[in-house]
Every structure is written in C-alpha cells, then in structure tokens.
Write a protein that binds this ligand. Sequence first.
Ligand SMILES: [Cu+2]
Length: 359
Amino acid sequence: MTISLNILRASSVSCYFRNILVIFLLAGIATVCEAAQHEFDMSIDEVTIDVAPGFSNKVFAFNGQVPGPLIHVKEGDDVMVHVTNNSTLPHTVHWHGVNQIGSWQQDGVPDVTQKAIQPGESYTYRFNVDRPGSLWYHCHVNVWEHVAIRGMWGPLIVEPKNPSALEKEVTLDAILMMSAWQSPYANVFGQGGGPKDVSDYFSVNGRSFPITQPIRVKKGDVLRMRFIGAGDETHQMHMHGHDMLVTHKDGYPLASPYYVDTVSVGPGERYDVIVKMNNPGRFIMHDHIDKHMTNNGASLGGPVTIFEYEGIKTDDWYVWHGKAYDPNFFYSDSLKKGYGLFNSAPFMGTVNKQRRRRR
Ligand SMILES: [Cu+2]
C-alpha cells in the first residue's frame, strides 16, 4: 500500500493513470474484503413438536424449532452467534465440521473449551468457517439426550468459493437430517438416550411419515440432497428409480464420486448426493432398516419422502393425495435466499406451559 501511494503521489503520473490506479487499488481491497461478517442471534427454548400422528415430544429447540434454523454462509466468512439459553438445563453449541483454527475456545465442548451456558445466561461464539461443505451444529452437553432425542441440531451450510462443474448444475437443494426418538422420555426433560433405552420413532427433519413431505421435482432437475446423521442411529436411505452420485463425505469433495441407490448415514456423518431427475413418476425414499419404517411399531412410518414429478397425475388412492405441500420442509426455499440465518415456521414447536427455573 505504501508503495502504491508513493506511485500515486509521483508528479509524473497523469491524472488519467492515477484514476486507473485508484480503480485497481479499490478492486484489490474489495477482493481482500470478500469474506463477509455475519452476526446471528439464537435462543434455546423449551417447546413441544409433533413428530408423528399422535406422538409429540418435548425438545430444547434452537430458535424454538426442530430442526434448528439454517445457517448459510460462504467459505472464509466470519460468524458471530449470540446464544441465549431460555431453557431449564445447561447447553453449549458445537459447530461440527468447523476446525476452529486459532479459535479452539469456540468449539462448544463443556468443561473443555468453555463452561456450559447456564439457564438464563448468554454466550457469544466467534469463528471463521475455514472449510466449505455440509456442516451442522449441535449441543455438546449430555449429547445422548440433548442431541439424540431432544432435537438440538441444525444445518450449517458453507458454500465453496470454487464449486465444481456438477455443483453448478444443481437446480434444487434439500437437507435431510436423520434422527430417532424415545417415547417413554418424550415429556421428561433430563432423562433418556442411555445405552439401555430403545428408539421407537425415526424421522427426517424431526418428523415421521406421514407428516413428512414430498420432494416435488420436474424432469431435468438436478437435485442435491445433503444427508446429516443428527441422531444416534444409522439410517440406510434408499432412493427408488434413480442413481445417487455421492459427491461429498463430511463436507469434503470426493476424489472419485460413486453411484449408490442406498446411502448409509451414521451419527455425525454427512453425505452429499447429486441426482439427475430423469425418470418421471412417483418414487419413494425410505430407511432400509426395516424397523425404522415404523412409528412405535406401526407401519408405514419413519423417515420417508416421495419424489413427485411435475405432470404425473395424482391418484385417489395415493397416500398423499391432496396433501398440503410445504416446499421448505427440506430447506429448499431457505437455501435459495442467499446467505444468513433462516428460521422456518413449520418447524416451530408450541411453547410448553411450565414454570421456568428462576435464577
Ligand atoms: Cu444441550
């Protein structure tokens, strides 16, 4: 900069060339400052969500919703999140996939990087998203309960500075967060999720069929699905009628993408798949662990969606004939809105009528 200013001051530089230099300098500064700075607010609230027909579950919900709000940023951005704990138990937020280079104190692990955020208290996380991909965030206190069966998770999508040619072809985005529930503890905060406890409801984005949603497509769409293993079970997600090209694992691009019709999504894992939607019809996607296709033992339930192609006539007997459609159930609309934090009204729970702990 000093050298550049000296050049500008040199009397031999004409006004014309000085103006050109200034333009180049400003362009350079703009490039250096390309990384954005985001500041978000997130609360942790005690609410109840409907997981399946006749089954509701009390949760600790980021911004009152399960899954939590979409955080959508770009590789290299700085992120600041003010977290306020309105619940009756302590929590933290771990930013899963962010390597926290030079910022380990922001990793969100209680008694390792910070003291847990107590009820009524706030904590501010500051970090740089140092690598792109399908990341996520979740509590790191009593994870077997708070994460496995209490809904404390949401997507953190970091767009790459240099997307691949195939990624640029994507016309429709979907996020699928897999998890399970334990009905004996549905209304009991502070318990459940132990090694002897049994999951009896299974879900995608916190809901079990039939109150999940279809993914509506048209022939020629290039669909990207980001699977996130948010709970404590493995889910074998099988798509009928199409090949899924696995392009990323845990946010990292694969050197050799490979085709599957079933993708195994374990706890903490993320898989990105890209699918050429070229087979008009009505096709199911379901968990191929058969007992996961039940709601407390009753079939059909669990993490099921159906790909509905535009132009395929619905039938009277079709299980979702006349269903009210939510185009944002898989965050597809939120992902189109650019960068930021996006709440989603259909994921909101109802506020519990209970006494808050006074501090
Ligand atoms: Cu927690």
